[in-house]
Design a protein. Structure first.
Ligand code: ATP
Length: 341
């Protein structure tokens, strides 16, 4: 009997609740300091206690997971805490395509996949001397927006970069990727692609609440100038959103192009959940500044289903549960190899 495992952070609760609802044994790889929190939830069957998530690569964890015939559901914490080679070295089967996670972590590979998907993307800049308009400086990998900042010219950039270096948040230019700031209404489009049925499902959409950029609007302009702070984009939570129905056609078209591009560039493609992240402009055109090639935390909003998953399923269907359903379907068709790497 297969079991479903994940790391104790990010969207672990939703993932394991969904797995339990689908009848799987659930396993949490849990940092000892967080055991008390997770013990509150009855749907977690077994704990693999660790000091650091990196232990998931080690033999002790691998053995426990193997005994349980476990599949690991990867999420943002895995990517934030391990580099691509470490993730690729994990011996336990990983749901989806673990090779594409390298494309998510590396800004240049990421851009290549987005271009191949024919997504409209903001221009990246080769260096601070090219900053002409509003520009965002972002760290590599899934830093969750921490230490990101805006700059309007090179001088402004240097001042802010140096402060972050002094604060020990970044080492220097090598940690930063510069991109034109895309103006508009932010939207994080959540998808699930089933390799088994060949269907793309649009699952939901959210917005992020990021500190302290989203708090700034509460401060009048004069005080904003006086406090001289460097607002960061650190995600604190997510809020729900529904789109104008007329935007949905394009939502599906973008998702399908992404799935096709992933199949061309990084076998076996994009089985499972992913997210296109960007902004809508005044004409309803989407500019994507980012993708996540795995479940995103914004799906935590929809533990009982979203306004979109409710149109596809006559039962509460979270992204976590949808993943477990795919594992179940794959098992019944003897096709597990199609959905894990
Ligand atoms: P995650 O892996 O959690 O998605 P990340 O560290 O890869 O995060 P991004 O999603 O690229 O970071 O950026 C974090 C935030 O910065 C976004 O949610 C958005 O608010 C803002 N942002 C990033 N790039 C742009 C851009 N080009 N234009 C406007 N805002 C942007």
């Amino acid at each position: 009997m297969t079991s479903i495992a994940t790391l104790g952070s990010h969207c672990a609760l939703q993932v394991l609740k969904g797995a339990k609802d689908e009848g799987f044994k659930t396993i949490l790889v849990c940092e000892k300091r967080r055991e008390r929190l997770y013990k509150r939830f009855q749907f977690i069957d077994e704990y693999v206690l660790v000091d650091s998530f990196k232990e998931v690569m080690e033999q002790r964890c691998a053995n426990i997971l193997k005994e349980n015939n476990a599949i690991i559901i990867p999420h943002g914490t895995l990517i934030a805490q391990m580099d691509s080679s470490e993730i690729e070295s994990i011996k336990t089967p990983i749901f989806g395509n673990k090779w594409i996670l390298r494309w998510e972590s590396d800004r240049n590979m990421k851009e290549k996949l987005m271009v191949e998907s024919k997504l409209k993307i903001p221009q990246s800049l080769p260096g601070p001397e090219h900053i002409k308009g509003l520009t965002i400086a972002k760290r590599h990998g899934a830093a969750g927006g921490k230490g990101y900042f805006l700059a309007t010219n090179q001088e402004d950039y240097i001042k802010k970069r140096d402060k972050l270096v002094r604060d020990g948040i970044i080492r220097g230019d090598q940690d930063l990727y510069l991109q034109e700031y895309a103006l508009g209404v932010s939207a994080y489009l959540q998808y699930f692609y089933s390799e088994l049925s060949g269907e793309l499902e649009f699952f939901g959409v959210d917005r992020r609440y990021e500190s302290d950029i989203d708090g700034l609007g509460r401060i009048p302009a004069q005080e904003q100038i006086d406090v001289d702070l460097i607002p960061s984009f650190n995600v604190v939570g997510n809020s729900p959103l529904v789109l104008r129905e007329s935007l949905l056609e394009d939502v599906y078209a973008m998702g399908e192009r992404f799935v096709d591009a992933a199949k061309r560039l990084v076998a076996p493609g994009m089985p499972g959940p992913f997210c296109l992240e960007g902004v809508y402009d005044e004409n309803g055109k989407f500019t994507a500044f980012e993708f996540s090639a795995r479940i995103v935390a914004g799906t935590n909003l929809y533990v009982d289903g979203s306004p979109y998953s409710s149109l596809l399923y006559n039962e509460p269907m979270s992204m976590g549960r949808r993943i477990a359903r795919e594992v179940k379907n794959a098992e019944s068709k003897n096709s597990i190899s199609k959905i894990v790497t």
